[in-house]
Design a protein around this ligand. Structure first.
Ligand SMILES: Nc1nc2c(ncn2[C@@H]2O[C@H](COP(=O)(O)OP(=O)(O)OP(=O)(O)O)[C@@H](O)[C@H]2O)c(=O)[nH]1
Ligand SMILES: [Mg+2]
Ligand SMILES: [Mg+2]
Ligand SMILES: [Zn+2]
Length: 389
């Protein structure tokens, strides 16, 4: 994929980055360092949105550029900095002058070389691990290609001026032979290539189910305090692994509504028996909607909704979990190939997408009770879990 993208840029053509989840919009993206007036003309005539120049927020601030005041306090909003023109431009609007502005910026010039406000909109990237937007994706793409981390981008509007038209994006990509990629593709590539997680502490943990060691991590991916326990050698290949999402009601309070606690303890017993293995405990309470939301969902389940319907009813996804951090924890421990104890195909698929070799998954049934039978049946029917029930 990366080869094709570089070739495309070499032919003075942009790529299209499609945001499937957040905005459902697509942008043209091109390296700022390769800018010229033809590509700017292509951007403004075929893209028609707002011409932006994205760089890392920290870089912009270090060079003296600053954020625009805002009354929008949503943390995930577009991170607008000032608009600029290069000092020796007239009005700054022509393709040639905007190209000059962008070229000067990518020559590492600071704010003293620019006039503001101007005709090139600066955007600050906070990293694709923190925000999955076009700004972040385009800056990350440049870094993945070993180009300067500055990108130009513009939203694509269709013939009628609408921005949410996938068919139009698809036909534009075919007409001009422009690679079409998703923000998710770039995110996965970043997860496979970089490491945001590092083990920082380790201690003995004797338990009712055997003697383990427990590891703490520094985590610059999602900032949560995930941890892992293991026994024996982590060098064993493939290693027996359980990736367990937090369930405070099941794991701590021994709730009978789900099978979580029993699955956790079963994994501990199994690893103790086998001798080598790892459990990653992910702080993804309630399939990562949080405990308060899970209780809200339970309220609706008390009234007859199933676990999937209840999540959707409160405006949450049925399953909000991203296992990128689990893949990163494995990578940080130099674990490459695993046998995963799970009935959940999404765990296997996601780990593979993030570069972990899952040799196979091993059925991992928890305790079935009168109270959790319906819950498990729904997981089998609606979430494709391989549970025999
Ligand atoms: N939203 C919601 N979350 C729930 C409910 N019951 C359990 N959970 C959460 O579901 C998750 C279950 O985690 P796991 O057991 O690791 O994952 P799994 O999807 O069951 O897959 P397995 O690996 O086969 O066990 C935990 O985060 C629980 O808190 C529920 O009714 N609603
Ligand atoms: Mg956008
Ligand atoms: Mg489970
Ligand atoms: Zn549970």
């Amino acid at each position: 994929m990366m080869e094709d993208i570089l070739k495309t840029f070499g032919m003075n053509k942009p790529v299209i980055i499609w945001d499937e989840d957040k905005e459902v919009e697509a942008d043209f993206v091109f390296p700022a360092q390769m800018v010229n007036k033809e590509i700017i003309n292509f951007f403004v005539s075929k893209g028609k949105g707002l011409l932006c120049l994205a760089a890392e927020e920290e870089y912009l601030i270090n060079k003296g550029f600053f954020k625009l005041p805002t009354n929008n306090y949503d943390k995930l909003k577009t991170n607008y900095f000032i608009t600029i023109d290069y000092k020796n431009t007239k009005t700054g609007i022509s393709a040639e002058e905007r190209s000059k502005t962008i070229k000067s910026f990518s020559d590492d010039l600071n704010i003293t070389h620019f006039k503001y406000p101007g005709h090139v909109q600066l955007l600050g990237s906070i990293g694709i691990n923190k925000r999955k937007g076009h700004t972040e994706a385009s800056v990350e793409l440049m870094k993945l290609l070993n180009l300067k981390p500055f990108a130009i981008l513009i939203e694509i509007l269709d013939a009628n001026g609408n921005s949410h038209n996938y068919d139009y994006i698809k036909s534009l990509s075919e007409e001009f032979k422009l690679p079409l990629l998703n923000i998710e593709d770039i995110y996965s590539e970043v997860i496979r290539k970089k490491l945001f997680v590092k083990p920082i502490s380790e201690a003995k943990l004797p338990t009712r189910y055997g003697d383990f060691k427990i590891i703490g991590f520094e985590n610059n991916l999602d900032g949560k305090e995930h941890f892992a326990i293991y026994k024996g050698s982590l060098k064993k290949e493939p290693l027996l692994v359980r990736i367990h999402s937090e369930c405070v009601t099941g794991d701590v309070l021994s709730s009978r509504k789900c099978d979580c606690g029993s699955q956790l303890h079963k994994a501990m017993r199994k690893i103790n028996e086998v001798g080598d293995g790892l459990i990653i405990y992910l702080r993804q309470e309630g399939r990562d909607i949080g405990i308060a939301n899970k209780i809200k969902a339970y309220e609706l389940q008390d009234k007859g909704l199933d676990t999937v319907q209840a999540n959707l009813e409160i405006g949450m996804p049925a399953d909000n979990r991203d296992y990128a951090v689990a893949a990163q924890i494995l990578k940080s421990l130099n674990i490459k190939s695993i046998i995963l104890m799970t009935n959940n195909p999404d765990k296997v698929n996601q780990l593979r997408k993030y570069g972990i070799e899952v040799i196979k998954n091993e059925e991992h049934l928890g305790e079935i009770t009168e109270e959790n039978r319906f819950y498990l049946k729904i997981k089998k029917e609606k979430m494709n879990h391989n549970i025999k029930i």
